[in-house]
Design a protein. Sequence first.
Lengths: 220, 307
Amino acid sequence: LYLHGGVEKAVERGLLWLLNAWPAEGTVWRRWQQVLFPSPANRQNNALRGWSWTPGTASWVEPTAHALLFLRSLPTDMLPPLAAKRRQLAERMLYDRMCPGGGWNSGNPLVYGVAGVPRIGPTVWALMALRDHTDRAEVQMSLRWLEGAYSGIQGAASLALAHRCLGAYWRPAPPLAPALGELYFRNRFFENVLTAAWVVLALAEDGSASAQTADRVATE
Amino acid sequence: MSFAQSSLMPPFTRPLSRVAIVRSGGYDRDLGTLLFEAAQKFDLPVKGKKVLIKPNFVEPDPEGVVNTHPAVVAAVRETFLRLGADSVRVAEGPGHERDMEAIVETIRLRDFLGPLPNLFVDLNLDDVRPVNLRTRASKLKQLYLPRTVLEADFIVSVPKLKTHHWSGVTLSLKNMFGIVPGSCYGWPKNVLHWAGITPSILDINSTVRPDFAIVDGIIGMEGNGPIQGSPKPTGVLVLGDDPVAVDATCARVMGLAPERIDHLAKAGALLGHLRPDKILQLGESVASVRAPFAVLPAFRKLVAAQA
């Protein structure tokens, strides 16, 4: 909307809403509860708040990453002072929720002391949101996890996202079009519009795909 | 569809529930015949109906421990087609993994069911419509639910026999969390956790109560389930016409006391039968297949006294 112009006021209002949308787990009462009755189930710092999927619920990796990407896409002169605080908290929250060996799942890095298993989608979104932190050890470790998991990816959406993410960090990845072609033949991407959109974006950036291939997927 | 009037009935007015336990030594057996023969005893009203199978697909897991085994899903589908259903589709909306294709390809669902595009529905991305919940156990009052679920004539919940690190067990009632669409509520569907797991299970099942349940207990999961537990070969399929009675029977097979499992105890008040004397047991007895499951320390209170 911002890029189209003429709707700056609406974008500003949306931005303010987003900046004031605090997830529910970090209230003073909740944090006291965590101190007084620590849960054996998970360890996480509830003071580090990102964004929730729906109002009145807790921070999770993907909505937090999406919000960070949105904030980064806006010109800095448009961002009120609160934006810097929210960004800093959210980035720390992402590091707090990283799985012990690198990578992210939806946001449970340890449950009853057992390390959570990272997943492609949340890892990609977190890495994209932390792209300014290339030198951080956590980012490098997570990139290594993503590279290691890449060859085992069985879904078009995950493959397209992983390919884009590795590309954004200038990491090599196998050509995309042949693998996506095979996946399309299997399940037609379950006619999932979101998957098709990610595939088209990834193909458009990948040297192995012709413009016609991306066009064909977009049309179908 | 499953807004069955019978979903909310006090136990004293509800007829006996029927639950069958059948043994199976592995997923390579003829599960279709086994389930068909067991299901025939229930006289299920599915002729000409649109049947929907709701398995428990959680994450990509090639080991076959986390998710309902595809051989069981295929056998359930075959069973309902043989019972005369007009169509039998499979639908799921995983709570953590957004890439449904990655899950079904990892577990090789296509190898068991054939081409999936017209057969399988990703409930996380289905068309939705707002539905007023029939009970007020939680504060939710209303949920957006998938059209595929609301338009089905007969719903079969097909979970895995597993422990669960929040709710104690995850069986046919908890499995219905998967009908709540991620496109509206996110991954995970955290709104249900904040509304309370037990109240949410009750509200969802009072509104869309499964008409039948078939639990994959051939290999279950014990300990830190539903994802990070250990495989527990149990060698049974548990099926029945009352999801509460099926789950209570499964809990007894697992060596747990269903009346100590919060959501089961409360479901026993209005949604189905919990007490063994209200459950007509078919096939094997609970005692003959009982295989105590390991539980996390926080859930030791659920363990039943040795019979």
